[in-house]
Design a protein around this ligand. Structure first.
Ligand code: APR
Ligand code: PHB
Length: 396
């Protein structure tokens, strides 16, 4: 609700218009709770970012519940397994067999576009290109956010503020340093990603461990492929021509796949560092954190976006209980509930990263441990079931 030119009042002020902020806004507004979303960038910029593309079944359900799942259901690809490969051998982890469940391959960029459309259809209040966002009085019953927009100083008053502003956002930094604890592991390599208008090499994702480094074959749709190579942190994108990328990928994946790989010009190429990070607590007074604002996982387990969805699920339920039933127990439990799931996904992402990458400091003993673990996975139903259970997503 607009109070006057530059002062607004809403129930839930959401900072950040990425997947976390948009999904939270959508779920709350559908249940009659008013929100305002403040986003630093333009919509075009947000929609130009290429991110991950594997959705757990819990997230798929949540998007349907939010009324934003129609295109995903039409165009998304249901995957019932992945391949793990090392040197020239590959084996399959069968999700359906071990969990009765599957995942959906659907790009985060498309999903964000769908969420914007769903928000537009409800006349959402999303303010783009805001600057100098600051959260105030988070420990009081009347928190507010100040920001600049169109050259004016603005103020957004609210009952609650939710930080959905990603790893580099300001929300987490608002929490008093005597309370905030941060846990971090930075990995000594990055992922070089390439997107190309070519048919995927395999119907299912291939995670390949190789002495030259890890490689991943993924996809966005039957005509759009996404591939990744483990590269040293010092490498720059300019150093990697498309040709060099394809040559290296062919070396790291099984020969059978390399022979059928269709190559083409890259549409996008970028290097991302790998990091594990968790901030505790995820609540400070009337400020709540969701998604990348509170935690980062290395992409090896495909968990980043899915963790954002489970945070949003817990927080939306808690806020609805507050508004509809006058019950604050969900809000009081939010941080502990969300973190319990976050840490398990951190563990899985870290273990997949450790299992499949070459580390600079790795000894011969460490290499043998990796090989033994992959051997164990290839031959043990219990080990496969554990990987499958985590990959399709632990229950909310
Ligand atoms: N004020 C307003 N908006 C901000 C600010 C700020 N100070 N700082 C950052 N933002 C915006 C960013 O521009 C971005 O659009 O917050 C948004 C955060 O979006 P994401 O980084 O995509 O984070 P999130 O919505 O939590 O999405 C989950 O998990 O692993 C990842 O790739 C996955 O990006 C996905 C994320
Ligand atoms: C992707 O398609 O971008 C992708 C898929 C699986 C991962 C990471 C990234 O584990």
């Amino acid at each position: 609700m607009i109070k006057n030119d530059s002062s607004l009042r809403t129930r839930v002020a959401i900072i950040g218009g990425g997947p976390s902020g948009l999904l939270l806004s959508q779920l709350l507004e559908r249940a009659g709770v008013e929100t305002v979303v403040l986003e630093r960038k333009s919509r075009e910029y947000v929609l130009s970012r290429i991110r991950a593309g594997v959705l757990e079944s819990g997230m798929v359900e949540l998007l349907r519940e939010a009324g934003a799942g129609q295109r995903m259901d039409r165009e998304g690809l249901v995957h019932e397994g992945i391949y793990l490969a090392r040197a020239n051998r590959g084996f399959r982890i069968d999700f359906r067999r071990h969990t009765g469940n599957s995942v959906m391959v659907y790009g985060q960029t498309e999903l964000t576009r769908d969420l914007y459309q769903a928000r537009d259809a409800m006349d959402a209040n999303i303010v783009h290109e805001v600057e100098q966002v600051e959260i105030h009085a988070a420990q009081s019953p009347n928190p507010y956010v100040s920001f600049r927009h169109d050259g004016r100083e603005c103020r957004l008053e609210s009952d609650f503020v939710v930080g959905c502003d990603g790893f580099h956002g300001i929300s987490r930094k608002t929490i008093d340093s005597s309370v905030l604890r941060e846990f971090e592991r930075v990995y000594p390599f990055g992922w070089l990603g390439l997107l190309s208008q070519t048919p995927p090499v395999s119907e299912e994702l291939i995670y390949a461990s190789h002495e030259r480094g890890f490689a991943l074959c993924s996809m966005r749709n039957p005509q759009l492929s996404r591939y990744y190579l483990q590269v040293p942190l010092e490498d720059s994108v300019e150093k990697w021509s498309d040709e060099a990328f394809w040559d290296e990928l062919k070396r790291r994946i099984p020969a059978e796949a390399a022979e059928t790989l269709v190559t083409g010009a890259s549409i996008e190429k970028s290097i991302a560092p790998l990091r594990s990070f968790v901030a505790e607590p995820m609540r400070w007074g009337r400020l709540f954190l969701c998604g990348d604002a509170a935690h980062i996982v290395p992409p090896t387990g495909a968990k980043g976006l899915n963790l954002a969805a489970s945070d949003v699920f817990y927080l939306s339920q808690a806020l609805l209980r507050h508004y509809h039933d006058n019950d604050d127990s969900g809000l009081d439990d939010y941080s502990a509930t969300a973190l319990a799931r976050v840490w398990k996904a951190e563990r899985f992402s870290w273990s997949m990263t450790r299992l499949l990458h070459r580390f600079p400091e790795q000894s011969e003993f460490d290499l043998r441990m990796q090989q033994a673990e992959i051997d164990y996975l290839e031959t043990s139903v219990a080990a496969q079931a554990s990987l499958a259970e985590n990959y399709v997503g632990l229950p909310y």
